[in-house]
Design a protein around this ligand. Structure first.
Ligand SMILES: Nc1ncnc2c1ncn2[C@@H]1O[C@H](COP(=O)(O)OP(=O)(O)O)[C@@H](O)[C@H]1O
Ligand SMILES: C[C@@](O)(CCOP(=O)(O)O)CC(=O)O
Ligand SMILES: [Mg+2]
Length: 329
């Protein structure tokens, strides 16, 4: 039995535009998904996920060619909920050339689902690591990041960048531009507050919507280019430790994400509540549509968010310098 954990993330800058080759800078945060994997004597896959918004359930796949789950829930719901774990196991079977390997997989996560904090990447990175280590193979985090990207790419119908998965595997602040992924070592300790509206967005659908508009409108292509320019300014601000400049870039980035159509009334309300509470900058994080915002600030910002009717939960968080970790083997 092996347990691995991997962090969620916030985007300082660059979500959505990163899908089209612009740079992005996500930061790992101190909220983790923990996945425990035990190899089975047969080739079945049994997944237990008690934090799922569908109230938590266990599904078992028989591992045969049909490979259908044995629980009574609509297939589309199960596929959406379990796709990341099934594909993670498929990647490990491929990596280790063990197509018949069977596993019990148990997931516990502190990261709200579909809220822009990268729960899917964290679950995927932790599941791949735990399953590989359980089979006696200690994978390099860069290999895990690449395999986890393949998972997100396939589950999200080809609509994924390497940003979330690389960040979760490596930890810290990272910069991703196409295939070029690296850690940023000179980023100061930043105090973030996350505001969560209790809702979620559909990452695949939101990315497809932006892509359709980008194919149709020059203004959307230019907005995406401009997000790239903001990320470059934001990187310089981060490396200089200039919090006012970092905050300004976050504010501009939020405006540009609104222009792409991926914000929401609740996200805008939380962004303004955070700014009213003294945040140096605030923006939505992740795919948008609902879920979380990230603000640069501390206690007063958290309290301002708690008073906002749009906000269901607010918490302080910090950059987690650790990426994926084997917790128990
Ligand atoms: N605790 C969990 N247990 C099982 N699956 C999870 C868990 N957390 C996340 N997932 C998977 O990730 C999906 C959410 O990913 P996504 O829409 O990309 O949003 P985000 O990555 O921003 O949280 C969930 O629908 C589910 O498939
Ligand atoms: C919109 C996007 O840039 C980030 C999605 O982040 P999240 O899954 O909402 O946490 C998509 C991607 O980079 O794969
Ligand atoms: Mg995701």
């Amino acid at each position: 039995m092996v347990t691995a954990s991997a962090p969620g993330k916030v985007y300082c800058f660059g979500e959505h535009a990163v899908v089209y080759g612009e740079p992005a800078i996500p930061c790992a945060i101190d909220r983790r998904a923990r996945v425990t994997v035990t190899e089975r004597a047969d080739s079945a896959l049994r997944i237990s996920a008690d934090d799922l918004s569908l109230e938590g359930f266990t599904v078992a796949y028989d591992g045969g060619p049909e490979d259908r789950p044995n629980v009574d829930a609509p297939e589309s719901l199960l596929d959406a909920a379990m796709g990341y774990v099934r594909e993670s196991i498929a990647q490990v079977r491929d990596l280790l050339d063990r197509p018949e390997a069977g596993f019990d997989v148990e997931i516990h996560s502190e990261i709200p689902l579909g809220a822009g904090l990268g729960s899917s990447a964290a679950v995927t990175v932790a599941a791949i690591t735990a399953a590989a280590v359980e089979c006696g193979h200690d994978p390099d985090p860069a290999i895990v990041a690449d395999r986890a990207f393949q998972v997100e790419h396939s589950v999200q119908d080809g609509e994924a960048s390497r940003a979330d998965t690389f960040c979760s595997a490596m930890g810290g602040a990272v910069r991703v531009e196409g295939e070029d992924c690296r850690r940023l070592e000179d980023v100061p300790t930043l105090e973030f507050v996350v505001g969560y509206d209790g809702g979620a967005g559909d990452t695949g659908a939101l990315v497809r919507g932006v892509r359709a508009d980008r194919d149709r409108y020059d203004s959307i292509r230019e907005t995406i280019d401009t997000i790239g320019a903001v990320v470059r300014e934001g990187q310089a601000a981060l490396e200089a430790g200039d919090r006012d400049a970092i905050g300004r870039c976050m504010d501009v980035n939020h405006g540009l994400l609104s222009a792409l159509g991926v914000s929401a009334r609740s996200l805008d309300a939380m962004v303004w509540a955070a700014r009213d509470g003294g945040a140096r900058g605030a923006k939505l994080t992740g795919a948008g549509g609902g879920g979380c915002i990230v603000a640069l600030g501390d206690g007063p910002v958290r309290r301002a968010l708690e008073f906002s009717t749009a906000c269901e939960q607010a918490f302080a968080t910090a950059i987690d310098r650790d990426g994926v970790r084997v917790e128990q083997r």
